[in-house]
Design a protein around this ligand. Structure first.
Ligand SMILES: Nc1ncnc2c1ncn2[C@@H]1O[C@H](COP(=O)(O)OP(=O)(O)O)[C@@H](O)[C@H]1O
Ligand SMILES: [Mg+2]
Length: 367
């Protein structure tokens, strides 16, 4: 047993250590994920988007955009940065909403209007939205794939594409499937142009880290930044978030090896990601993480059994598979097609320690 005085001295020691490490830090905000740097690294794809915005400002004719890229490829940052400069340097209005937090058309509009999501009907709300935005308006819908199943048709996209007022939709998603999932009417009136954000390379990640270090730290050597960047690119989908978190841990625990800081950051992010999954997607991930055989068909059978035990009707195979590609898009699994008895079969590889899923599952479900 630990005595109270031991705990007190441990606390004092840890505070001293943390104080010494944090003295290296000038500005903690550079480690926050929603931090928007004054001068972010501009990727080429961003220029394409700017060209489209300028065209829209001049002509009022919108080419709607669908930004697709893996987690941490800078989608949210790019759009938020553009919102800042477009609002100050052009005649366009620019509104932003995250569909993870406002997950139906009704809630999105209520949020953008700053009203409670109850009361007026949807057409009334949309009418008010149109009245409020009499200028040409860019509507950025982040994480559009996470809209609720209640709004499976993603009505907002249809409404915006059909409105008499000039709106330009910029939708963002980790999941390339989102375009296929649009219903035919929406797709044909919206005709979104996909804009793929490639994964960052090690140089770009190092550049992002360098900018944070210059602003937020008193000193940091370039070799450390390059090493973090190399690990991020080699072992993940180049998630810039992971690189930034690793840098934070490296600065705050100067005695730890970089690789240990990287693993610590990776574990934290995976726990966050898995905790955010819906029940059904979590069951699918659990089946993949605990199955002895990694073929998709077997995993589907395992998931279906689990789902029934939880008194939930399992998804069809097709819907199950689109959930797997969602899990791939956020970097939790890798889908590989391999040859099996003269046909092709899909294998599912889990990219993290499977124990984490089991732990989260046992918290969420009665197991
Ligand atoms: N080009 C960039 N310049 C500076 N920071 C970046 C850049 N791209 C990404 N980041 C940072 O990396 C993290 C993840 O980026 P984010 O835009 O949230 O990714 P996504 O939305 O694609 O998942 C954020 O903290 C963001 O500020
Ligand atoms: Mg994002």
């Amino acid at each position: 047993m630990t005595r109270r005085t031991d705990i007190a001295s441990y606390l004092a020691e840890q505070r001293k250590l943390a104080g010494r490490c944090s003295r290296q830090i000038k500005d903690f905000s550079v480690f926050e994920f929603h931090h928007v740097p004054d001068e972010p690294l501009v990727r080429d794809e961003c220029k394409t988007l700017i060209d489209e915005l300028v065209r829209f400002e001049i002509s009022g004719i919108a080419t709607h955009q669908a930004i697709i890229g893996s987690r941490g490829s800078g989608k949210t940052l790019t759009v938020k940065y553009l919102q800042r400069i477009v609002s100050s340097q052009t005649d366009l209005d620019f509104v932003y909403v995250n569909c993870r937090h406002h997950s139906t058309t009704y809630k999105i509009l209520a949020h953008l209007l700053g009203v409670q999501p109850r009361g007026p009907s949807l057409p009334e709300l949309f009418e008010r939205f149109c009245r409020q935005h009499s200028r040409k308006t860019v509507v950025a819908l982040d994480e559009v794939d996470l809209m609720s199943a209640k709004d499976r048709r993603r009505e907002i996209l249809y409404l915006l594409s059909r409105a008499e007022r000039p709106f330009m939709v910029v939708m963002l998603s980790n999941n390339p499937q989102v375009l296929k999932e649009l219903d035919a009417a929406t797709r044909s009136s919206l005709q979104p142009v996909p804009l793929h954000f490639r994964n960052y390379n090690a140089e770009q990640i190092a550049e992002i880290l360098r900018a944070r270090a210059q602003r937020g730290l008193h000193e940091c050597d370039d070799a450390t930044l390059s090493e973090i960047a190399a690990l991020t690119v080699r072992l993940t989908n180049s998630d810039a978030r992971l690189a930034i978190k690793t840098l934070q841990y490296a600065v705050m625990s100067s005695d730890k090896e970089l690789r240990a800081c990287f693993e610590h950051a990776r574990r934290d992010l995976v726990v966050d990601l898995i905790s955010d999954l819906s029940d059904a997607t979590l069951m699918i991930l659990w089946a993949a993480a605990t199955s002895k055989v990694d073929f998709a068909k077997e995993i589907y059978a395992r998931y279906s059994r689990f789902s029934r035990q939880q008194r939930e009707k399992p998804f069809s195979y097709g819907y199950f598979y689109s959930n797997l590609s969602y899990l791939q898009s956020i970097g939790l699994v890798a889908l590989v097609s391999t040859k099996k008895e003269r046909t092709y079969a899909n294998r599912v590889q889990v990219t993290f320690d499977p124990v984490i899923t089991s732990e989260i599952c046992s918290l969420r479900f009665n197991r």
